[in-house]
Write a protein that binds this ligand. Structure first.
Ligand SMILES: [Zn+2]
Length: 343
């Protein structure tokens, strides 16, 4: 093959053409360059509750109805194995969740009613985050349309989080020797206390949490990097604090995968948050983190975490924008592909 007379120009023309073709194909056959992980039984069965547990289904339906994703983009997970949970959680806590034998004080701390459907949903969420991690290693990116239950500790649940799906997924990928090091970038408005505590003595996992300082949880075990924000922080200040911190953490730690806890609750109209980010700012947050990972060839697996906007449609839109942000970040980066088996 003859070398092109102007390789740089040829590359740019080829990239532009590929991008155009991808856009045209997507208009005809909607397909994302990565998989979304979803199960109809993700619903936590909470009934009327500030946590809108119908949001998982609503997000799934919005992504399909707006042709952001096609049905071929969706992968259904199985339940995590008990041994997956037991790499993170105590057998006592796993047994209580399986058998429905939580004490009244444990349910009070969990802040959601226990039901067999809740247990089923969190086992599926953990399976989904494991699968998202596996798919991210294969495709460069994957998104679980639930999860991010970052308040769950090894031996108890807190703040709507019964089990810590991200920790479970990291431990499973390490157990399968698919990764050595992982970073957790937690952008929920509330501190990632459970995740920080679980990995407090583990040099193989770097935890980064950006959150409102004067908000739940009262006790904040230190992450590797905590970005404590004052009340009412807006888009520009937030991004100026978060993105350089993520960039330095990626360069210093050089993880094999990034787990993204993409909370919708830094939104200015959130009922449980006190920051003032806009939807546009939140999408810039997501895209900025994904671009930093993309340019370093670090796979990204995302989870949803919290979102309590007065209008649930806002929460759903913010989560949907995370998928669009990923699509944009990936389309502006070189294609990446890895091959690992999935289960
Ligand atoms: Zn939250």
């Amino acid at each position: 093959m003859l070398a092109p007379a102007c390789p740089g120009l040829t590359f740019e023309v080829t990239c532009a053409a590929t991008h155009c073709i991808r856009k045209m194909l997507f208009a005809i056959f909607p397909m994302l360059p990565f998989k979304l992980v979803y199960h109809p039984r993700y619903d936590l069965n909470l009934g009327p509750h500030v946590f809108p547990s119908q949001k998982f289904r609503l997000l799934y339906e919005l992504l399909l109805s707006e042709k952001i994703a096609g049905s071929d983009d969706i992968v259904q997970p199985g339940r995590a194995w008990d041994e997956d949970l037991l790499r993170v959680h105590t057998s006592d806590w796993v047994g209580k969740l399986k058998n429905g034998t939580l004490t009244a004080s444990e349910i009070m701390k969990l802040e959601v009613p226990y039901s067999p459907e809740l247990a089923e949903a969190v086992w599926l969420a953990a399976g989904g985050t494991i699968l998202a991690g596996q798919l991210a290693l294969r495709d460069g990116f994957a998104s679980n349309l639930t999860g991010g239950f970052h308040h769950a500790y090894a031996d108890h649940g807190e703040g709507f989080c019964a089990i810590n799906d991200v920790a479970i997924a990291i431990r499973r990928l390490q157990h399968d020797k698919l990764i050595k090091k992982a970073i957790v970038v937690d952008t929920d408005v509330h501190h990632g206390n459970g995740t920080a505590h679980i990995f407090r003595n583990d040099d193989s996992v770097f935890t980064l949490s950006i959150h409102q300082q004067h908000n739940y949880p009262a006790e904040k075990p230190p992450s590797n990097l905590d970005l404590h924000l004052d009340d009412d922080v807006e888009d520009a200040e937030y991004l100026a604090i978060l993105l350089p911190a993520v960039e330095k953490s990626l360069d210093d730690f050089r993880p094999d995968i990034l787990f993204y806890v993409g909370g919708a609750d830094p939104f200015c109209e959130d009922q449980l948050g006190g920051l003032r980010l806009t939807k546009s700012g939140l999408k810039s947050r997501d895209k900025g983190v994904f671009q930093l990972a993309c340019t370093r060839n670090i796979p990204v697996a995302t989870t949803l975490a919290g979102g309590y906007a007065r209008h649930v449609e806002d929460t759903i839109r913010i989560h949907a924008n995370t998928i669009l942000a990923a699509q944009e970040a990936i389309s502006q980066s070189p294609t990446r592909s890895r091959s690992v088996p999935t289960s």
